[in-house]
Design a protein around this ligand. Structure first.
Ligand code: PLP
Length: 429
């Protein structure tokens, strides 16, 4: 039975409708796929770092939609850009047989914002393939690596192999669940897609051993979000870069969750001063308002793999998403959110480590910037997430055993103090 929270049924309407919380639970249960274990709250509005339920209770959002809400909710600059586009009749999906200026601006802004990728292929600039949800751009990166292996390394088509990592998470479509370490993500969904070899995250020797004459690429999250907030040992990305160079492999980084300022740098790869050959971004790319993701690579590589008709997407790069994307990238730069994340994350992690020292519940604290994991001794992170929810703080678990702390990057000092007080209550009592 559902544990229904008390709601004020006669409160003024907040948000979209006057559907009661009770009805919202019932409607989702009867009409929706049962594919999420949800916290018992029906969110009505969201602004900045806060979300509000029907009774007016506010919750500090320290999950930020798994980094999609890096700018906070309804950032005014992104909202204004979207509203202007709707009012000005330049927001709808037109079709990719014509040019639109929002797409042109978004592509050139994104291509220029990312450092030159794949420099061993020349200083050709970057090119960008726009898509919708993140997993679509992961698949684009996989297509790129396979095509490169076939066209440039003479690997027979159908034999290409890509090295991936244990506890990876790249989304939920057939190709990427095919190499997930979690049986639950794969079981019963076969036939699965071949061509992936999974090795231990952080283990460079395992990568070297996995290389065969058919290996064309390496696909990796530079820090694992869903896999337990895992930070690889220092030198891992540098080592991958060297292995990729030595063996002519494309190094593809999935920064959907950890890019765009989350770990204290615009891009996670900047922590080790390397550049990948391909980069996947999503989630926060449009300010958390419209699904938008990209695969970015050296212009030469993009032109090798994709030509007219070989890829596409109805909504990928449609004007409304691009308008939001341009505004969101401007906010990231103007508000220096990567720097904010670095400074605030450092302080917050220090405080959390002090709390952990005094708590019998915490096994380990790890993270960079505002991407912080608290691994709990009893392996039941959700138990602590529910206690934090009662205190007005929303977080969730990663891999069952770790609490993921990833608030909006512009969280204020007062809001951070509110989070800290909640953590003290939960871990020190
Ligand atoms: C690292 C990473 N890759 C890919 C995805 C999939 O993105 P989407 O859910 O937008 O398809 C996610 C989503 O959480 C992710 O964290």
């Amino acid at each position: 039975m559902l544990n229904m929270p008390t709601v004020l049924f006669d409160s003024p309407v907040r948000g979209f409708s006057n559907v009661t919380d009770r009805d919202a639970y019932a409607m989702e249960q009867s009409s929706g796929a049962n594919h999420y274990d949800r916290l018992q709250v029906v969110v009505r509005t969201a602004k900045g770092s806060w979300i509000t339920d029907n009774s007016g209770k506010r919750y500090l959002d320290c999950l930020a939609a798994y980094s999609a809400a890096n700018l906070g909710h309804h950032h005014p600059k992104v909202v204004n850009a979207i509203m202007k586009a709707l009012a000005g009749n330049y927001a709808s999906v037109i079709s990719n047989v014509v040019y639109t200026d929002p797409l042109a601006l978004f592509l050139s802004k994104t291509a220029g914002f990312v450092p030159q990728l794949g420099p061993r292929f020349g200083s050709n600039g970057n090119k960008v393939m726009p898509k919708n949800g993140g997993v679509e751009s992961v698949e684009t990166a996989i297509k790129m690596a396979r095509y490169y292996g076939w066209k440039r390394k003479n690997i027979p088509d159908g034999k290409q192999e890509i090295i991936v990592f244990d506890n990876n998470f790249h989304g939920r479509m057939i190709t990427v669940i095919s190499f997930s370490s979690k049986p639950k993500y794969r079981e019963g969904f076969g036939p699965l897609t071949p061509g992936f070899v999974s090795v231990e995250f952080g283990n460079l020797d395992a990568v070297k051993t996995a290389i065969t004459k058919n290996t064309c690429g390496i696909l990796v999250e530079p820090m694992q979000g869903e896999g337990g907030m895992n930070i690889p040992p220092p030198g891992f990305l540098k080592g991958l870069r060297k292995i990729a160079d030595d063996n002519d492999l494309l190094l593809m980084l999935d920064e959907i969750q950890v890019g765009l300022g989350r770990t204290g740098k615009n891009f996670c790869f900047e922590h080790e001063n390397i550049v990948p050959d391909g980069l996947i971004l999503g989630k926060a790319l449009s300010g958390g308002l419209i699904p938008l993701s990209v695969f970015v690579t050296n212009a030469k590589l993009m032109d090798i793999a994709f030509n007219k008709g070989s890829d596409g997407s109805t909504f990928g790069g449609y004007p409304l998403a691009c308008v939001a994307g341009v505004a969101a990238l401007e906010v990231l730069q103007e508000e220096q959110l990567a720097k904010e994340s670095e400074i605030k994350g450092k302080k917050l992690k220090q405080v959390i480590m002090k709390i952990a020292d005094q708590s019998k519940h915490v096994k380990e604290v790890r993270g960079k910037g505002l991407f912080i994991g608290i691994e709990v001794e009893n392996k039941d992170a959700m138990m602590f997430c529910r206690k934090l929810l009662d205190l007005g703080i929303i977080v969730n678990d990663s891999h069952g055993h770790t609490i993921r702390i990833s608030p909006p990057l512009n969280i204020s000092n007062d809001e951070t103090d509110f989070l800290i007080k909640g953590l003290e209550k939960v871990f020190l009592s």
